[in-house]
Write a protein that binds this ligand. Structure first.
Ligand SMILES: [Fe+2]
Length: 179
């Protein structure tokens, strides 16, 4: 496969120092790199900014730009706020529950744990810039996950035909993955 794993996904933040404190102190990520530039390296456009990277255990990163001179918002404000989010995988359900307690003790509002198809269990909260974050644990055995993979094209086909789930029984329940 060409793409080996996530290197980084990047978002805009309102304050890099506040963001660094959140991702290192509250989520325990490694502050791996900070790049300061007056011009965007890829385009040459003038935009004084700092680009900061926070590394997870597998070497993947969540990254941010603080760009004080650029217009726009920290994130898409038109779509519902649950759509754009970043999910971190945690080791097990106990780690998820302990994280929820720690986040709430720091004054954060946490939604969940929410069960998704018995394939993952997730909690949700927001970072200081308003980005929605998810901590999730895989709760599905590999055989069942393989059935979900087999069924995914059929689920998409029904979605493309109906754009609602009035005919969901054509897919859901048709294989043991959803039963
Ligand atoms: Fe998600």
């Amino acid at each position: 496969m060409l793409c080996k794993k996530l290197h980084h996904a990047a978002f805009r933040c309102r304050d890099a120092a506040e963001t660094a404190a959140f991702y290192t102190e509250i989520l325990g990520l490694k502050f791996a790199h900070a790049m300061g530039e007056d011009h965007v390296p890829s385009t040459g456009k003038y935009s004084p900014h700092v680009h900061i990277f926070f590394e997870m255990e597998d070497g993947s990163n969540i990254a941010f730009f603080e760009c004080p001179k650029d217009p726009g918002n920290m994130k898409d404000l038109e779509s519902p706020d649950w759509i754009q989010h970043f999910a971190f995988e945690v080791e097990n359900v106990q780690a998820l529950n302990e994280a929820k307690s720690r986040l709430e003790a720091r004054g954060l509002s946490v939604v969940g744990p929410t069960n998704h198809d018995d394939i993952m269990l997730s909690i949700y909260f927001f970072d200081p810039s308003g980005h929605r974050l998810e901590l999730t644990v895989r709760t599905c055995d590999p055989a069942r996950a393989a059935r979900f993979e087999m069924e995914a094209p059929k689920v998409l086909e029904i979605w493309n035909q109906t754009h609602d789930w009035s005919q969901r029984d054509k897919a859901f329940g048709s294989m043991t993955g959803y039963s």
